[in-house]
Design a protein around this ligand. Structure first.
Ligand code: 8ID
Ligand code: ZN
Length: 349
């Protein structure tokens, strides 16, 4: 398969706003041991990419960085020792780029907490380029029946919420509460939750997001700008949600989640607003026997399972396709909370 030596990538050299993203000519990488070179056709834009650009988190970002970690494309070259993938395979490139495979966590399938984890679009270059390097063990095969642009948002958003819902322990018929339900992760969380027979309280704001989550049969919509969130959730769920997935990028959601939690329930921390602390009252945390559990993307098996929901038609990402060159505008819209579902970039434009 032929491919060029050089390509255009969206790079930032220092942290800050979308104006720091530059489209530059960079060399196409060479896949090393257990790596493949993937011709990225589509990539989602996740709020994590914006956190990385802004330098929000207490974990160093590689600089300069090519961001992006929701890529879907085709393998064009395989490195040494790659048996699992071949040229022409359709794969997803994820946040979880690689793990060591040999530590105590990797050995028991907890690869998402491997101390040597490499993260696409954060510690290594990601999918905002035409040719990205992926680890052959971790790249997710995309079933033939799933178009690449549809698969892209699942590579981070879908896998993450699928895993977080499993961690929540919410059973069929029980209530799961989803702050941030109209966003990239949220709109998929609503669908996975319904496919798992949970009842859903979707929290977000505005008509667009209300319409979107209602189209996926969310049972209740709560508008965080106009409703008394804690009271409405308690009332609609008959005493609080059995589990909460915090997917909203506002620290306020973490305070509210502890307040509307049903006794004995679990709060899953997924969103990571800059500098946010757990603002829960320890008294209520204790006497309500609440569990707080962090959830970081998903394992290779979670990825395959999350993709399978798509292949079976149980989950359908809602997205708008835009040209690659619009990435800075996407960041602006995301910062303002104006994106319902996901924006997927078409790398050919
Ligand atoms: O593995 C992980 N833990 C993981 C994986 C992927 C993403 C974590 N994340 C993190 C991101 O880094 C980000 O912090 O999850 C968060 C959400 O990512 P996203 O879904 O990509 O963001 P978005 O599309 O911008 O959606 C955020 C939604 O939150 C709503 C907004 O309206 C938007 O729809 N929101 C806000 I801002 N304030 C809210 C509030 N007070 C709120 N929703 C409810 N209550
Ligand atoms: Zn992401």
């Amino acid at each position: 398969m032929t491919f060029p030596d050089k390509q255009t990538a969206a790079v930032f050299h220092k942290h800050g706003g979308p104006e720091n993203v530059k489209f530059e000519e960079v060399p196409v990488g060479e896949p090393g041991e257990d790596q493949v070179l993937v011709n990225i056709k589509y990539t989602g834009v996740c709020h994590t990419d914006l956190h990385a650009l802004q330098g929000d988190w207490p974990l160093d970002v590689k600089l300069p960085l090519i961001g992006g970690h929701e890529g879907a494309g085709v393998v064009v070259k395989v490195g040494r020792g790659v048996n699992r993938l071949k040229i022409g395979d359709r794969v997803g490139v994820k946040w979880m780029n690689s793990s060591c495979g040999n530590c105590e966590y990797c050995m028991k399938g907890d690869e998402t907490i491997c101390p040597q984890i490499q993260l696409s679009g954060y510690t290594v270059d990601g999918t905002f380029q035409h040719y990205a390097i992926a680890n052959a063990t971790h790249a997710t095969l995309i079933p033939e029946s799933v178009p690449l642009e549809v698969a892209a948002p699942v590579m981070c958003a879908g896998i993450t919420v699928y895993r977080a819902l499993k961690e929540s322990g919410v059973g069929p018929g029980q209530w799961v509460c989803i702050p941030g339900a109209g966003g990239g992760l949220g709109h998929l969380a609503v669908q996975y939750a319904k496919a798992m027979a949970m009842r859903v309280v979707a929290i977000d704001s505005g008509e667009d997001k209300k319409e979107l989550v209602s189209s996926f049969n969310a049972d209740v919509f709560v508008d965080f700008k106009t409703d008394d969130v804690v009271e409405v959730v308690k009332e609609k769920t008959g005493g609080g949600a059995h589990g909460t997935l915090v997917l909203s990028t506002s620290p306020k959601s973490y305070e509210q989640a502890a307040s509307f939690a049903r006794p004995g329930s679990t709060m899953i921390t997924v969103a990571m607003p800059a500098g946010a602390k757990l603002g829960a009252d320890i008294f209520w945390l204790t006497v309500k026997q609440l569990k707080v559990c962090g959830s970081h993307v998903g394992s290779r098996l979670d990825s395959v399972e999350a993709m399978d929901y798509l292949a079976r038609g149980l989950v359908k990402p809602f997205y708008k396709v835009q040209p690659f060159s619009t990435l800075p505008e996407v960041y602006n819209l995301m910062h303002e909370g104006k994106i319902a579902g996901r924006i997927v970039l078409d790398l050919s434009k």
